[in-house]
Design a protein around this ligand. Structure first.
Ligand SMILES: [Zn+2]
Length: 1139
């Protein structure tokens, strides 16, 4: 310790000389030196108290002052010296802030203080000044030393401080620092348990009490200590047993009443903090309800609402109320889909097997054990966790780290001949000369001749008209209720008949498929007073749409519920809006307001109607109709409303049907509403959503289609709704539907709508609907666009489980002539393989596909050039059954088809099985596609972007020590996304990722990459919401932007071709990818990870609103405060990712 050279210099200050003196005394301790040390330390103290300069000198590293002082503290047995030194330290640490405290901690000061504390407590009574000094220092240390709590416990200091608190309740001078230290101690969960056992809770309740302007600092510290202690389940239970919860509520009310000028919001917040932690346990929640806590917090919060500065109180109250809100049962007999499709072959394991093996009579809506106190996870386990013991958190653990699983494999599991047989695959030799006529999609089940009914105006939905469709036709009832004057009627003449056999009576449009030529719906006889309205003429605007053709297509579409009605929007068609629809700005406090309205259901139960107005589980519903309720319907293609309950006069809870052969996946919705009053604000709540967050929280609106508007010339789906938010609700979700996890809840999507017209019929949808029948109609129209130059062929890839055909298209250019050269060029064109809509709820992918198809069939020179460059193999809808039946994610097998690519089953997953066979065939014949892209929609991100596959980028992300240098990988996979980012305004390169995740190993993208060997294998994700960059920044996405995206994708392929052909000229043997690298700016390659780092599922910022939108009402541990502990409890549910 020779740092005191300065002291010998002329400029040496007095304090440095004193330190030097002290250092010498430390080195040769003699009993007689006590006086000297006492004097020296006294002088240093004096200097420090009077001159800031000396404080700096002592604390500076070069002086070594801190070491000398601590060393003296360690060595001395003299009380006065100790006091001097502690006073010096207090002075030093008070002014210098964190930096000096940091030095103190790093030199072992904490342990020294704790040892001193414990040592001097051994012969009571302890010196008060000494205790004051030690605790004042510990308070400061606590700010810097995160391990103080653990160190205190290990040194046996917890009870020393606790006893000081206990015996000095009236001595505020000493009580405050001791209490502050206790607060630090109790922030460690193990300490909290130990302190609780020693009676700390009881002592805290002696300190806290009703409103008083005195000792508010002390009170605040006591409350915070209490709140920390109550994080332990054991302490919380103890507190509930002692009846502290009602006490806290009373205290809170007292402060609420008396703190009229809001000077003590922090104290009020702290009281709520205690209640919040107490209600983490079930017993606490029960005590809260029993003590009338809901009403108390509801009323106080309502009074706080007008004062913005009281928001923290309202928000915490709201959090507590949400937690304590009794869990409700979803009002359903079962969460299994209402409709059932029997499977010939039931998979041996997995969700479907589970569903089928569920014993009959089991209640799958709620967990039986939910109310069982024994299931709680808190209590004695508290002691097992300590902040020392938590392991490092592994991030991104979904990334594939097994290098062998990233290398290409060849798995031609099926013999070539079989592949060939299955796929009447283009042998290009004979086919191009006489392009075959299109197989009309309807031919698959053209034997179906059933009436098609288009539901419409409110009156049509009355109970008297809710008849099975056959009945509609065959037995018209003469005693129908009289027509309402303002009902809409549509008259339309289907082809081939002069009689209007497409008639809407009482708003219901009935199409007789031609069997019973003139048959009409019963009430039509009385239709004299109906307004006859024409179908909007959209032919000019929608070249691919034709209402008649649409109905034709619907006839051959097979749905599980055997739908006979048609949604008006699908029949009329949707014309993209010209105006811009900005991303909705969220109103402050909207979620809170909605939650308060939900809580009012509990507070004012008499206001609640609870009237079921639509129920697929009960066909006789609705029983009564007083004209006061909205009328719902979704019995048409892609519709999926299961139940509607009128909660209040203008508020409805809606429940979505599960995917068929499944008990969950609720997100997509499509339904019809009628009998509305114009100008009234209706609140709709979809109460069984499952995702933990949604773009509805970030500006996305629902889509609405007004039939009145359509008839009046505005056939648009329009973004609509205000007060939109998405939050966790109080309907419990059974573990059967939550991946085995208990205590989960559903989420509510709420939106408010004001209807413009009386007697309108409006449709609501999650996103722009695009039905299977619509696809068939579009394909028929597209095939008519063929010219002599265009090769267009439509085949059936296979028939689905539901008996529908899965169309497969081939589009390219006809060879220029039949001479040898053009034909060989024709044969050597690279294949581009595209698919979409494997996930039925991602209708945006169909709109993008429509854009692609329209572009490919257009006559522009670029389109011709594109056709001359490639052969396109396109499966525009990989999951027709899912689309038809209103599923969100699965096929009729109840499985996510985009997780079946590794091993598709011909019976269960025919479209995937045959699509993969086709790809295998292409590979086997040396025509491995240049590009594969599967179009999807993304519900939680903005913009359009791509996921691709790269070994290197995957390995780099994992930081696994693999030598990546020997991995050869072309960068060609980056070219297309890069081109798209330059060309397509909605596309965002920074959202792209080329990392291969474990959870995605059975997706089309990864399997086509690994097994088929397509280097450019992508998933293209389009937002359901809107864009936050580029030309469409701040706007919600519409169908024209999606279609544009599909067209831009084609143009990007054309540019890709230019790169590749330039290269072919150059040296046809070399990798065409080298050339592409130019495009990717070689300089950026070493940093290639930066633009496309591993993309997490959610990239939205945390919610601006303070209320925790996902507050887990059953959390035993506050997730914000104990993240590590939470990890130890249970494995997280696998997040269903959206690819
Ligand atoms: Zn998807």
């Amino acid at each position: 310790m020779n740092k005191l050279k300065m002291a010998s210099e002329k400029s040496a200050s007095r304090v440095l000389m004193l330190l030097s003196q002290l250092e010498r005394l430390n080195e040769e301790p003699k009993v007689s030196d006590n006086d000297a040390i006492r004097q020296t330390t006294g002088k240093i103290l004096h200097l420090i108290q009077t001159q800031e300069k000396t404080r700096k000198e002592v604390a500076s590293k070069s002086s070594g002052g801190m070491e000398i002082i601590l060393s003296s503290l360690e060595n001395t047995q003299d009380l006065q010296t100790t006091l001097n030194i502690l006073a010096i330290l207090n002075e030093l640490l008070t002014v210098g802030g964190g930096c000096r405290t940091g030095v103190f901690v790093s030199k072992g000061g904490t342990a020294l203080l704790l040892q001193l504390l414990v040592g001097s407590s051994k012969d009571p009574p302890a010196n008060e000044e000494l205790m004051l000094h030690i605790h004042s220092l510990l308070v400061k240390v606590g700010l810097k030393d995160r391990k103080l709590g653990v160190k205190a416990r290990l040194n046996g200091a917890l009870n020393v401080t606790l006893n000081l608190v206990k015996y000095n309740l009236q001595n505020h001078k000493l009580l405050l620092p001791c209490l502050q230290v206790l607060r630090v101690y109790s922030s460690n969960l193990v300490n909290a348990v130990s302190l609780g056992k020693s009676g700390t809770l009881e002592i805290m309740f002696e300190i806290i009490g009703p409103f008083s302007k005195k000792s508010t600092t002390l009170l605040k510290v006591a409350l915070d200590t209490l709140a920390s202690l109550l994080k332990s389940g054991m302490n919380a239970r103890r507190a509930v047993d002692r009846g502290y919860l009602p006490t806290l509520l009373t205290i809170y009310q007292d402060w609420h009443r008396n703190d009229t000028r809001h000077r003590h919001v922090v104290i009020r917040k702290s009281i709520l903090g205690c209640i919040k932690n107490l209600t983490n346990i079930k017993l606490g929640r029960k005590a809260f309800i029993d003590a009338n806590g809901m009403r108390i917090l509801y009323n106080t919060s309502t009074e706080c609402l007008p004062v913005r500065t009281l928001d923290p109180l309202v928000n915490t109250s709201s959090l507590i109320m949400r937690k304590c809100f009794p869990k409700n049962r979803l009002p359903l007999p079962t969460i299994k889909s209402v409709f059932h499709h029997p499977l010939l072959h039931i998979p041996a394991s997995g969700p479907v097997a589970k569903l089928y093996n569920q014993p009959p009579g089991v209640d799958d809506v709620v967990d039986e054990s939910d109310e069982n106190e024994a299931t709680e996870v808190d209590t004695e386990n508290d002691t097992e966790y300590d902040e020392d013991e938590t392991g490092p958190k592994t991030q991104n653990d979904d990334i594939e780290t097994d290098i062998n699983k990233l290398r290409p494999i060849q798995m031609n599991t099926r013999p070539f001949d079989e592949l060939r047989l299955n796929h009447f695959f283009l042998s290009f030799d004979d086919d191009f000369e006489s392009p075959r006529s299109v197989i009309p999609p309807s031919s698959v089940n053209s034997e179906l001749h059933r009436p098609i009914i288009i539901p419409t105006t409110p009156s049509s939905l009355g109970p008297q008209n809710r008849r099975p469709p056959q009945e509609d036709l065959l037995t018209p009832k003469p005693d129908e209720s009289p027509l309402e004057l303002d009902s809409i009627s549509i008259s339309k003449r289907p082809e081939g008949t002069s009689d209007p056999d497409l008639v809407c009576s009482l708003g219901r449009l009935v199409l007789d498929a031609g069997v019973n030529g003139g048959s009409v719906d019963g009430p039509q006889d009385e239709g004299g007073e109906q307004a006859v309205l024409e179908v909007p003429d959209t032919a000019a605007l929608l070249p691919l749409h034709d209402p008649d053709l649409y109905l034709e297509m619907v006839k051959s579409t097979r749905s599980v519920p055997a739908y006979t009605e048609v949604g008006y929007p699908d029949y009329f068609g949707h014309v993209a809006l010209n105006l811009r629809e900005p991303i909705l700005e969220r109103v402050y406090g909207v979620q809170r307001m909605k939650i308060f309205q939900d809580i009012e259901r509990l507070i004012h139960p008499s206001d609640i109607l609870d009237k079921v107005v639509y129920d697929l589980d009960n066909q006789s519903c609705p029983v009564t109709d007083n004209g006061e309720s909205l009328k719902f319907n979704s019995k048409f293609e892609s519709g999926n409303l299961r139940k509607a309950i009128q909660v209040r006069k203008f508020e409805y809870d809606l429940i979505l049907n599960s995917d068929i052969n499944s008990n969950h996946y609720h997100q997509w919705f499509y339904f019809e509403v009628g009998n509305m009053r114009p100008g009234v604000r209706y609140r709709f709540n979809i109460i069984n959503c499952e995702k933990s967050n949604s773009q509805f929280n970030y500006g996305m609106q629902v889509l609405m289609y007004s039939v009145q508007d359509a008839i009046n010339g505005s056939p648009h789906w329009v973004r609509t709704g205000s007060d939109i938010c998405y939050y966790k609700n109080h309907f419990s979700r059974s573990s059967i539907a939550a991946g085995g996890q208990k205590g989960k809840s559903y989420f509510t999507l709420t939106f408010t709508v004001t209807f413009q017209h009386k007697d309108d019929v409006c449709y609501f949808a999650y996103h722009y609907p695009y039905t299977y029948s619509m696809l068939k109609m579009h394909l028929q129209k597209l095939s008519a666009l063929r010219t002599a130059q265009i090769y267009y062929r439509q085949d059936d890839l296979c028939v689905t489980l539901g008996g529908n055909s899965c169309p497969l298209l081939t589009i390219t250019a006809m060879p220029g002539s039949s001479s040898n050269d053009p034909i060989s060029q024709f044969r050597s064109r690279p294949v581009v393989f595209l698919s979409a809509r494997v996930h039925p709820g991602e209708t945006n992918s169909s709109w993008v596909m429509k854009g692609t198809l329209e572009y490919l069939m257009s006559c522009s020179p670029q389109a011709q050039s594109l056709r001359e460059s490639y052969i396109f193999k396109i499966i525009p809808m990989l999951n027709p059954d899912g689309v038809i039946n209103g599923n969100h994610r699965c096929s009729l097998s109840g499985e996510d088809l985009n997780r079946q690519w590794q091993n598709p089953n011909a019976e269960l997953h025919p479209t995937i099985y045959h699509a993969k066979s086709l790809l295998q065939y292409l590979r086997a014949t040396g025509r491995t596609p240049l590009v594969f892209c599967d179009y999807h929609g993304h519900s939680r991100k903005k913009n359009v972007f791509m996921y691709g596959c790269s070994i290197k980028e995957t390995v780099w992300q994992t930081n696994v020590n693999t030598s990546t240098c020997d991995l050869h990988e072309d960068l060609g996979y980056r070219t297309l996304p890069k081109l798209l980012s330059q060309m397509a305004p909605a596309f965002s390169l920074s959202s792209c990722s080329f990392v291969v995740e474990r959870s995605k190993e059975a997706t089309a993208r990864v399997v086509v990459w690994r097994e088929i060997g397509v280097q450019r294998s992508y998933t293209m994700e389009s937002t359901l919401c809107g864009c936050d960059q580029g030309k469409y920044k701040g706007l919600q996405i519409g169908t024209s932007e999606l279609e544009e995206m599909g067209a831009q994708f084609c143009l990007a392929l054309l540019r890709l071709k230019r790169f590749t052909s330039r290269l072919e000229r150059h040296n046809h043997n070399s990798h065409l990818l080298d050339m592409e690298t130019d495009l990717i700016e070689t300089r950026s390659i070493p940093n290639i990870t930066s633009p496309t780092t591993y993309v997490l599922e959610e990239d939205e910022p945390a919610f601006l609103e303070e209320v925790d939108y996902s507050a887990e009402s059953n959390d035993e541990i506050d997730p914000d405060l104990e993240p590590d502990l939470q990890d130890n409890h249970a494995p997280q549910t696998p997040i269903l990712t959206q690819t």
